[in-house]
Design a protein. Structure first.
Length: 351
């Protein structure tokens, strides 16, 4: 029997929440640092996130390599922290598990995620090369038979591929599709996804931004196609794995502005530019995203969550000049960081 998404989780996704893409905390000898991994989850939850995405790019795809075998352990740690948090909440956190690879691997990972209590699989199609729409839809349908799926348009510059309107129009019709993360960093391709979902008539499919270069405006834009209108409800972002308290405030600001029907103001345009500039530093845009994971680690290291920048790949680190860029945005936009909030609570999260 195909598992369906719980109605309360579906409502949460459609309302729109902050879902950080969860990093991986490692010791100096590249072993999982359970205490710091849990502290990060506690931080995101305390900051007001509506869920966590684990096993995704920010968690490092190498967790699946047999030499590390960390996919299930990191899902389990995240589940335990979300379980604990749910006990004192009126609304459950959304549990998103990253799923990659060809069909056999993806179905296996989705099964593992389902067994660990995850609600949906963020399904990456990186690695599918020039496969046609028929092959991709067949693959997605198979995975959706194991766990409801969260579609993912990953920008080609970091391993994704172009996915046309024709694909997204058919994808939206898969019964167990519950949401789509739009992250091509491209306005034309973003429109392809939103228009495809609008044309499908499936109001229940939630749209989430992953466009790091346009986060605030994605959340404020009304996408109108004839009589159809869709909005991007929330975000699932690696960028939101740092300074998360502010991300929650930014989403609330956007939701309030949309509800008021007041339109986009110069304040929103400025905030969009500031967040994009900070993202460029975090994700090492100057070096073609070479330090994308390490940049987030550097911010979390400065806040005390991580001992140092340690990735599973020993060759992965900050790009040339990236540290100086992070220094620059820290100085330029002090209102974007949540360092005070972290300092007040880090001790309790690290217990």
């Amino acid at each position: 029997m195909t598992p369906s998404l719980q109605e309360d989780i579906r409502r949460t996704l459609r309302r729109g929440v902050v879902i950080p893409a969860h990093p991986l905390a490692l010791t100096r000898d590249r072993k999982l640092d359970e205490r710091r991994q849990r502290a990060l989850s506690r931080y995101y939850i305390a900051a007001g996130s509506g869920g966590l995405a684990i096993g995704v790019h920010t968690t490092q795809f190498a967790i699946r390599d047999p030499q590390f075998a960390l996919y299930k352990p990191v899902l389990q740690l995240g589940r335990e922290e979300m379980d604990r948090a749910d006990e004192g909440r009126g609304e459950k956190l959304v549990r998103v598990a990253g799923v990659i690879g060809k069909t056999e691997q993806a179905v296996s990972e989705a099964a593992t995620a389902r067994e660990q209590g995850y609600h949906t699989a963020l399904l990456s199609l990186a690695g599918w090369g020039d496969a046609d729409d028929d092959a991709l839809i067949a693959h997605c349908t198979r995975v959706a038979g194991e766990l409801p799926i969260f579609g993912f348009y990953l920008q080609p510059s970091v391993g994704g591929r172009v996915l046309p309107y024709s694909f997204w129009r058919r994808f939206a019709e898969i019964e167990n599709v519950v949401a789509i993360k739009i992250a091509p960093f491209n306005r034309y391709q973003t429109l392809d996804v939103v228009r495809a979902v609008a044309d499908s008539g499936r109001e229940e499919v939630a749209l989430y931004t992953g466009n790091d270069d346009n986060i605030i405006l994605d959340l404020l834009t009304s996408f109108r196609f004839g009589t159809a209108e869709r909005r991007i409800a929330g975000g699932l972002l690696g960028h939101w794995a740092a300074w998360t308290r502010r991300a929650v405030e930014h989403l609330a600001l956007c939701h309030a502005q949309v509800k008021a029907g007041s339109g986009v103001t110069p304040r929103h345009l400025q905030l969009n530019l500031e967040v994009t500039d900070a993202n460029a530093a975090f994700f090492d845009v100057a070096n073609a995203f070479r330090g994308a994971i390490a940049g987030i680690h550097e911010v979390l290291r400065r806040q005390g969550f991580l001992e140092e920048i340690t990735c599973l790949d020993p060759n992965e680190g900050l790009g040339p000049g990236q540290k100086e860029q992070i220094d620059r945005v820290y100085a330029a936009y002090p209102h974007l960081n949540d360092d005070v909030f972290v300092r007040e609570h880090l001790g309790e999260w690290m217990k």
